[in-house]
Design a protein around this ligand. Sequence first.
Ligand SMILES: [Zn+2]
Length: 95
Amino acid sequence: MRRVIRNITCPNCGSNYVVKVGKIKGKQAYLCRDCHRKFIENAKHWYPQWLRDEAIQMYLKGTDPHLISEILEVPYHTVVMWIRRYVILNKTNKQ
Ligand SMILES: [Zn+2]
């Protein structure tokens, strides 16, 4: 029987409608019933995609990462990580 795990949130869409689907590389794997994405349990805190997008949008408008961190209530290093990833991805796309 597949059971819905209430304390797990889908990192892709933020849904709680998530079920266990065995293990991948020794880690518990989950399947989101809403967006049908598979993901692995992660010790790190997950943030929904819209929050990342919001942080990037604020960054593009020239908002200081410290301020973004305060407004979105996301740790500063996480905000910087998202921005860094965004910048790297953008550079790769342009070349
Ligand atoms: Zn999902």
